[in-house]
Design a protein around this ligand. Structure first.
Ligand code: GLC
Length: 735
């Protein structure tokens, strides 16, 4: 629709109708027999005369038939025929579920990350969805927080690249009038700083300096906005004393003015209503005012806007114009999605409902292979076809491998188990399987879902018998593969932990298997870095697969068999103990660094009961071969530095190696980290190949912000580190 007509439509709405456009409700709650029912809204506190058919959006209905019927009803019954906007929590896959984002980030295969996002967009588009509530871009350095699984980890550069690729993959080329077919809008989240809750406790206060905000926590969102993401979601947390969802400075001065975001800002679930619980607003009317003043366009799942905005708008022109602004952005978004021309976009194609195609599954399998991190390998991997392999542990046959945030649209029953994957890659007569231990101690908490979970994960059996059976299964094996770690509910939203160790029963089994004196390969399933310090020595090899998604079993089996070669590097630090947290690589040196300090050993920055070092650092990862890297030269152009370096594949494997470029800026007005990742390249090396490669680094990538948000160019001495998974070369220049 042309904007003149759209403006006429906007102007034709009554205040009540404008307010209704700012309401977003969970469609599942409101849909009965495929139509909207008003029952639940009364429970939510909406007034009796609230017109449900006039709302702006529903979310988390993912069935194409259902969405078609709902849209048909809205278009038939609503006065202005304004199409409903369909959004959903599709975080790392619609029906083809990919490895969790924390895993994908570590692949450093940004093209493949984009390809996975394109698959997700297409499956979502063909199911009738318009907007996805992802990518989640909350930088986090605290594995006690369960949502680290959902984001791109601890590093700014990695998070920015991840942001750009996913937004581009979802939205495609926006230069036309409408979002292209097979593409959807990206709603990045959670703005801002949600990944830094005090004590790692979910929804807790976030408080940090402005320089940390500008240099570390805001850039991933900013990168998505520069990639033209169409929506942003607010965060639950207080940021520096003001709740993000009611924060005018954050949402207007920074998001819209400084970053130039002109899209739609949607609140997180009930986050507007929670402004009162934060102690930020006095009552519902005050809440509505403050959220509207902070520029929040959609009120997700609360009656605050519905019950209070009309009166506020009629009391004063300021709120009325803010309401008009919000409605205009919502209508522009619906227009950008082409909904006025076709409210049923994606729902009338021959391919409607198409998911889990062979090509989609092939992308997912490749991303499993490239996201799994080989943490340790004492030459036990890859396995060969002659070995008798005992696979012990619940993840041998469990389908619960898609993680916390995938089952809004994904189905665990689609998952390829490790057993199924290994049986495709190894001779079946060489394989034996044992459960080892129960992934859940009980299914009671699942209520009505108990049957389904039991189907997917097997019955709960006596632990002692499982233990004995496991040892017996390994008796004549040549090598033991043991699967262990978290179950999917242990991470994700509302899953903060103070203890990151494995359960005792898992430790006991691992130690019991180690006592058999056979090579042991550990396969770790987890949504967060765990504390493995006491158990790591029992493994000869350790492969971290995170939650690998639908094709996990096949991707892992390919890695175990050497059909694929590990190349991933950790996107988040694994601490040695919880007491070190937050522990991350890009930290400051302090005035008394634990190394090279002139002070006595007591009076330096260290602990008396633990080292400063992690168990596995950010960037850690092995492959089946080693690659060395050496600087050749660096040349300075006006706006960029060009580095030339040499890589040597010291193995007979073809390797895809992730090369990192880190920098240490020796002196600056805002103290710079001991190391900061500024570039990553993926280089293919044939067996024994020597290759010369180049990095081109814009000097702007070295700049930093001060506490007033003013940008400074880096100058003076700086050291650049060329890092492969098993080598590092340094080069110091004066800029
Ligand atoms: C949740 C999450 C958010 C999600 C929203 C809708 O609480 O914080 O990421 O998109 O509510 O389900």
């Amino acid at each position: 629709m042309n904007e003149t007509k759209l403006k006429q439509l906007a102007d034709s709405l009554t205040v009540k109708e404008k307010v209704a456009q700012t309401i977003q409700l969970n469609g599942d709650l409101l849909i009965e027999n495929d139509v909207m029912n008003t029952g639940p809204t009364k429970e939510l506190g909406f007034s009796d005369d609230f017109d449900l058919s006039a709302i702006g959006s529903i979310y988390n209905v993912n069935d194409p038939q259902k969405l078609y019927k709902i849209q048909q009803k809205i278009m038939a019954e609503s006065k202005h025929k304004i199409p409903l906007l369909f959004m959903s929590d599709v975080i790392y896959g619609f029906r083809t579920i990919f490895p969790i984002p924390l895993a994908q980030a570590g692949s450093y295969d940004f093209e493949l990350i984009k390809e996975a996002a394109q698959v997700t967009a297409k499956e979502s588009y063909l199911s009738g969805l318009h907007v996805l509530f992802s990518p989640m871009l909350d930088l986090s350095r605290d594995p006690r927080w369960g949502r680290v699984m959902e984001g791109p980890g601890e590093d700014v550069y990695t998070a920015k690249e991840f942001a750009k690729q996913v937004v581009d993959g979802y939205q495609g080329d926006l230069s036309g009038d409408v979002v292209p077919e097979n593409h959807v809008g990206a709603c990045i989240k959670h703005f801002a700083g949600y990944g830094a809750p005090e004590a790692g406790r979910e929804y807790n206060t976030v408080d940090m300096s402005n320089q940390r905000l500008f240099n570390e926590y805001l850039p991933p969102y900013q990168a998505a906005i520069e990639a033209n993401c169409l929506l942003v979601m607010t965060a639950f947390n207080v940021l520096n004393g003001v709740p993000s969802t009611g924060n005018r400075w954050l949402n207007r001065d920074i998001l819209r003015e400084r970053f130039g975001f002109d899209g739609v800002l949607v609140s997180d679930y009930a986050a507007i209503e929670e402004l009162q619980a934060h102690g930020f607003t006095k009552n519902q009317k005050d809440t509505a005012r403050k959220a509207m003043e902070a520029g929040v366009d959609f009120d997700m799942m609360t009656p605050v806007y519905a019950n209070s905005l009309e009166a506020l708008a009629q009391e004063g022109p300021e709120i009325m114009s803010l309401l008009d602004e919000a409605v205009w952005r919502i209508l522009l978004l619906k227009n950008k999605l082409g909904l006025f021309e076709n409210p049923y976009r994606g729902l009338e194609s021959e391919a409607t409902g198409q998911v889990l195609t062979e090509e989609a599954k092939a992308v997912a399998t490749r991303l499993v292979e490239k996201s799994s991190v080989l943490l340790k390998n004492e030459q036990v991997l890859p396995l060969n076809q002659q070995q008798k392999i005992a696979v012990v542990g619940p993840y041998g046959e469990s389908k619960l491998t898609i993680g916390f945030w995938a089952s809004v649209s994904g189905k665990p029953q689609d998952s390829v188990t490790l057993k199924e994957g290994m049986e495709q890659v190894f001779k079946q007569e060489k394989l034996s399987f044992a459960k080892g231990f129960n992934l859940f101690d009980s299914y009671e908490g699942f209520g009505p879902l108990k049957e389904g979970i039991e189907m997917l994960n097997g019955k709960i059996e006596p632990e002692a018998a499982l233990y004995q059976q496991a040892l017996a299964t390994c008796a004549d094996a040549d090598v033991i593969v043991v699967t262990f770690g978290e179950q999917f509910l242990e991470s994700g939203e509302g899953a903060s932990k103070t203890n990151l160790q494995l359960p005792e029963k898992q430790k006991r089994l691992i130690k019991g298997l180690a006592a058999l004196n056979k090579p042991i390969v550990g396969i770790l399933y987890t949504g967060r870095p765990l504390v493995l310090t006491d158990i790591e020595p029992y493994f000869n090899s350790l492969l971290l697969v995170w939650y690998p998604g639908t094709m996990g079993g096949l991707g892992i089996a390919n890695l175990l068999a050497g059909k694929a070669v590990p190349s991933a590097r950790l996107a988040m630090t694994f601490p040695r103990s919880e007491g070190q947290i937050p522990l991350y690589y890009a930290q400051n040196s302090t005035g008394r660094p634990a190394v090279d300090s002139t002070h006595s050993t007591r009076f330096i920055s260290k602990y008396s009961d633990e080292t400063n070092e992690p168990l596995f650092s950010f960037g850690h990862g092995h492959s089946y071969g080693t690659v060395s890297g050496n600087w050749q030269q660096v040349t300075e152009a006006e706006t960029a530095l060009q580095f030339t370096y040499q890589l040597t594949n010291q193995s007979d494997w073809q390797l895809e190696t992730v090369v990192h470029l880190y920098v240490k800026i020796h002196a600056a007005s805002i103290v710079q980290p001991v190391k900061k990742l500024v570039l990553s390249e993926k280089i293919v090396l044939t067996a024994q190949e020597n290759k010369t490669a180049k990095f081109t680094l814009p000097k702007a990538a070295l700049s930093y912000y001060d506490n007033a948000g003013v940008k400074h160019a880096a100058a003076g001495e700086m050291t650049f580190y060329l890092s492969t998974v098993n080598s590092e070369d340094s080069l110091t220049i004066n800029l």
